[in-house]
Design a binder for this molecule. Structure first.
Ligand code: ADP
Ligand code: MG
Length: 464
């Protein structure tokens, strides 16, 4: 359908017209997206660079970029194609924010500073010797992932690709690294995160050095790519990844991939890529059980002991406490343990449970997973209104205030972004959420009743 509309409009654009008149493109944005979306989001997009097949567009902030990319990218591209059909990709550069942003540095990069692709990739291709199979503890949550990883090391391309997925901090990078260390003994291994892959990809495009890039990545016998979910929504990168993937498979190179979700759950990724990713062996890593957590703690303590030749002063009781209380992931578990060890060293004492509770209060409270759903339910209950009413479009105060309070709490107590929160409130705009947060902050500064209610809700949510 989209193709058709492009065609009919192409009639009005001269074939020779190769250079974009950005104002015209923007006028068509306004016409096609409507003036509201246009003035809030698209008006501020500027044209920074024009290449034959892609554009670099400037946006004021990262938030802008993410918002535009997640919602309007396809349509923007199809609009641009009406004016210049050879464009098959757009990249965004944040123009005003002064933040470090590795994926976006390609436009301002100084060419002279760019080292040879090979050297710069090698710098990021280092395997961490500490993340090996020997210190990877196993339990029911990860034993399949571990045994599959080991099998790959015995017999390359038995399962191709091997796809390991699981939540953050559960050991994906550790496993990938361990595979890399093993296979590096026998053959040449490329280990890279999807983000760095993109960085080099963009750099090579800029340097007009795609030939080298392709060669470099396609010649490895083992290609390990971490956090593939990073390619979501990035068309150009997916295209390149797809070709790299295929040529590696063609020459029977082993591919190992990690991600935070199952292949088919990778939204905004081309179907053909998803099916390739799912085409080998897919294994997941789950959250660790008590037994595995305890094992990991003991192993760490042992390592410290043998490394520093001193006993760790951590009692059995405390080990059990930490293992039971740390519920999110292994990275957190290790962080918690380190904190306890440091504290015990500084104060030269064997800690009690109640010491630990004190030291770790903030971690364990934060670690409680509070969801937007839970907040909505708790707030609706508290004000005694039906949840559906609270989420509805009705604007009467008895509904609007609780709704705003729920948005406020969602912003303060979860890690969800403003647009995500907006979406969870019957698809409201993120500006509505911003407004709610501001309103509730302001009221609770002056109004004791509001302050008390918020406090009460907060406590209730933390306790549940
Ligand atoms: P992910 O890549 O899944 O986010 P990482 O591989 O970075 O997670 O793991 C987070 C931390 O937990 C690392 O320090 C890693 O060494 C450690 N870790 C994860 N799983 C295990 C395990 N089974 N045994 C020992 N340490 C582990
Ligand atoms: Mg990782």
């Amino acid at each position: 359908m989209e193709k058709k509309s492009i065609k009919t409009k192409e009639i009005f654009v001269s074939e020779e017209e190769k250079i974009l008149v950005w104002e015209n493109v923007k006028a068509s944005f306004e016409k096609n997206f409507g003036s509201e979306i246009y003035s809030s989001w698209l008006k501020n997009i500027s044209l920074l660079k024009e290449y034959n097949d892609y554009l670099v567009l400037g946006v004021p902030t990262r938030f802008f970029r993410d918002w535009i990319v997640s919602r309007y990218l396809d349509k923007i591209l199809s609009q641009i194609k009406i004016f210049k059909n050879s464009i098959n990709r757009v990249e965004f550069k944040v123009t005003e924010e002064n933040t470090i942003n590795t994926t976006q540095t390609y436009v301002t990069d100084n060419f002279n500073k760019v080292t040879e692709i090979k050297d710069s990739i090698l710098n990021y291709n280092r395997l961490n010797p500490n993340l090996n199979f020997d210190n990877f503890m196993t339990g029911t949550s990860n034993e399949i992932a571990l045994s599959s990883s080991k099998k790959i090391c015995e017999q390359i391309s038995r399962y191709n690709p091997l796809y390991i997925y699981g939540g953050v901090g559960l050991g994906k990078t550790h496993l990938l690294n361990a595979i890399g260390i093993e296979l590096e003994k026998k053959t040449n291994v490329m280990f890279i995160s999807a983000e760095r892959f993109m960085y080099h990809f963009i750099k090579s495009i800029k340097k007009n050095d795609m030939v080298n890039f392709k060669d470099f990545f396609r010649k490895s016998s083992v290609f390990i790519i971490d956090d593939i979910q990073f390619i979501r929504g990035k068309e150009g990168l997916q295209e390149e990844f797809f070709h790299t993937f295929n040529s590696l498979i063609d020459k029977s190179s082993q591919i190992i991939i990690s991600a935070d979700r199952a292949p088919m759950k990778l939204d905004r990724v081309q179907e053909r890529i998803k099916s390739r990713l799912a085409g080998g062996l897919v294994v997941d890593i789950d959250t660790p059980d008590l037994d595995l957590k305890t094992k990991i703690i003991r192993k760490r303590l042992e390592d410290i002991q043998s490394q520093f030749k001193e006993s760790s002063n951590i009692s059995e009781e405390v080990i059990k406490f930490i293992a039971a209380e740390s519920k999110t992931n292994i990275r957190e578990l290790i962080g918690v343990l380190n904190r306890v060890i440091t504290f015990s060293k500084i104060h030269k004492k064997i800690l009690t449970i109640s010491d630990c509770k004190n030291i770790l209060k903030d971690v364990f409270n934060q670690a409680k997973i509070i969801t937007v759903d839970k907040i909505q339910n708790t707030v609706a209950n508290f004000f005694n209104i039906p949840l559906a009413e609270m989420l509805s479009q009705r604007r009467s105060r008895p509904l609007a205030r609780p709704r705003q309070i729920a948005m406020y709490l969602a912003k303060k107590m979860t890690t969800r972004s403003l647009p995500e929160i907006g979406r969870r409130f019957a698809n409201r705009d993120h500006t509505t959420v911003i407004h709610a947060v501001k309103t509730i902050t302001k009221i609770s500064e002056k109004d004791d009743e509001m302050k008390k209610n918020i406090e009460h809700l907060r406590e209730q949510l933390l306790e549940e």
